[in-house]
Every structure is written in structure tokens, then in C-alpha cells.
Design a protein around this ligand. Structure first.
Ligand code: MN
Length: 312
């Protein structure tokens, strides 16, 4: 009897040690989330115009995102972000909306790496411009008014406020590896003092401009990029050219000081940025490797590199 209890104790001790050991090896990766207002109920209560908008929204890809719960906003992450971190061997944890610096600092102290995820346009106030072209990524669907089209089409000032605090804190106060995806790369650029083209079709004066806002081909190749030899991104892929997806209507304009461009599309659009004169893992990519890796394992390399850097 006593041996039985003792034996069970040993089994538990071994299991506990094994589980704990495995957990310790996996880095904890925070990923920022979209701050979503419950919008649909308000439309439902509106007049004729609101009801037309609601019907149009329900027919879009993004409509379902807008079914909020009464007036309570919620934090929403793309499962592809979460799965990418998991597949590369990290423990994903969603970073919720808060502008409390004490909370954000404490959170960063517990993380081993951080992903700034894609999402809404940055309010141009953060790069000293007037809002000129708030078309949004989905704004042209079904003739919706841009500012009403979706949470992804409009700017979300709460998320902007939080991510600029978080980005600056992560850069200045920690050595954490940072991966910025799409909007995340743009947040990185603006945090370093750079600016953004508010809408490529309207602001980028180049007749070679490719179609960069190809929402439906989210897991397919849309255009190629050229990669600089002396860069993190070249170390990750080991190639000078790769094919990427492209789900953005904005892009980096003026480069932030202290950053360097390490990949470009053939039309000159910036597709990757990194920190200058530093081997630290700080990488912003304009495409979505987390979505593309669902059909092309090659793009998992971006997350493998993040996880590797997060273990140090
Ligand atoms: Mn692109």
C-alpha cells in the first residue's frame, strides 16, 4: 500500500518534471489583437441607410466580425497568427487592448518574443498627416462608405495608442525579438519616425504599381520580392527572390530613422524592414507569412526564426 502511494508519487514527479521541462523550452510569444467595436447592433437600430449598410456588410467577408455583443468591444485575433506561433514551437498569447503602461511593461517582462499583427490602418495623426484616403482594405466592397466598411477599413485609435506605447517600450526597454506583420511593419516604421502611403492607388505615383490588395489570394503568391543579401530576411530564406502574398492597400513611405529596407517588390514598394546596425531580431514584413504558410511551408521559416531568436 505504502509502496503504491510512493510509486504513484514518483510517476507524478517524473511527469511533472517532464511537462515543466517541455514548457520551459517553449518561448512565450505575445501577439497583438484587433480591437473590435460592436457595430452591427447600432446599424440595426438605425434608419433606412443604416439597414442598407447592414445588409451590405452581411454579404462581405468581414461582416461576421461586426456582430458584436451589445456595446461591448472585444479583442479579436486571426487564428493564423496563433497557429503560426504554435507550429514553430512557441506558446502564443493574445495581447488584449490596454493603454496602461504598468500592465504593458509587466506583460513584456514575461514574454520571450512579440508579434505585432496585421489589421486596421494607422491613424495618420501618428505621422503628422491629415486623413486623406481612408478607403481601407475592404472599403470598396459592395459600395460601402469607407469609414463604415469594417473594423479593418477604418482606423482604431485605441489600438494605435496601445501599439505605439508597446512598440517603443519593446524596442527601448527590452531586447525582445519583434516581428511586425503588415500593419505591424507599418507601426514599426512610424514608431521610428517614418510615414505611410495612405492609399497606394491614390498616393503612389508609379505606373508600374502592382496590385497589392489581393484579399482573396491570402494563401497564394501575388508578387515577388527582391531581398537584400545583408539582412535577417536573407538569412531566413537564403534566397534573393521569393514569392509572397499581398493584402495591403497602404505601405511604408518615408523610412523611420534607424531602420533599413531589406526587401522590395518590383514596383519599389517596401516589403521588409529591419533595424540598422544591430543584429537584434527586429523584422517588419509587408506580406503575411502566417497566412501563406498554410499553403507554403517555406514561409514558416519567418516564425521559426522568431522562435529561435526568442529562446536566447
Ligand atoms: Mn505587397
Amino acid at each position: 500500500m505504502e509502496f503504491g502511494v510512493f510509486g504513484i508519487g514518483i510517476v507524478f514527479a517524473i511527469l511533472y518534471k517532464k511537462t515543466k521541462g517541455e514548457c520551459n523550452m517553449k518561448p512565450l510569444i505575445g501577439v497583438t489583437s484587433n480591437y473590435v467595436y460592436s457595430y452591427m447592433p447600432k446599424l440595426n437600430e438605425g434608419g433606412e441607410e443604416e439597414l442598407i449598410q447592414m445588409k451590405a456588410l452581411q454579404d462581405t467577408y468581414v461582416g461576421s466580425c461586426l456582430y458584436g455583443f451589445n456595446d461591448i468591444p472585444f479583442n479579436m485575433s486571426l487564428s493564423t497568427d496563433i497557429q503560426a506561433i504554435e507550429k514553430a514551437g512557441g506558446i502564443p498569447i493574445i495581447i488584449p487592448q490596454t493603454e496602461d503602461e504598468t500592465v504593458l511593461r509587466a506583460l513584456l517582462n514575461r514574454l520571450d518574443g512579440i508579434v505585432f499583427a496585421g489589421g486596421s490602418d494607422i491613424d495618420p495623426i501618428f505621422y503628422d498627416e491629415e486623413l486623406k484616403h481612408n478607403k481601407g482594405l475592404f472599403g470598396t466592397l459592395h459600395n460601402l462608405k469607407a469609414e463604415d466598411a469594417s473594423v479593418f477599413a477604418k482606423t482604431v485609435i485605441e489600438r494605435d495608442n496601445m501599439e505605439f506605447i508597446l512598440m517603443k517600450m519593446a524596442i527601448e526597454e527590452t531586447k525582445l525579438p519583434i516581428l511586425g506583420i503588415c500593419r505591424g511593419a507599418q507601426v514599426m516604421n512610424v514608431a521610428f519616425g517614418g510615414s505611410i502611403y495612405q492609399d497606394l492607388e491614390k498616393c503612389y505615383d508609379n505606373e508600374k504599381l502592382l496590385g497589392h490588395a489581393d484579399i482573396e489570394k491570402w494563401a497564394q503568391y501575388v508578387h515577388e520580392i527582391e531581398i537584400d543579401k545583408d539582412s535577417l530576411i536573407h538569412g531566413i530564406f537564403g534566397e534573393n527572390r521569393i514569392e509572397v502574398n499581398s493584402i495591403h492597400h497602404q505601405a511604408i513611405n518615408k523610412l523611420g530613422s534607424g531602420l533599413k529596407v531589406t526587401a522590395k517588390a518590383p514596383d519599389g514598394i517596401v516589403e521588409a524592414i529591419e533595424i540598422e546596425n544591430d543584429s537584434r531580431f527586429v523584422l517588419g514584413v509587408q506580406w503575411h507569412p502566417e497566412m501563406l504558410m498554410t499553403s507554403d511551408e517555406n514561409h514558416k521559416k519567418v516564425f521559426d526564426a522568431l522562435i529561435k531568436a526568442s529562446k536566447k
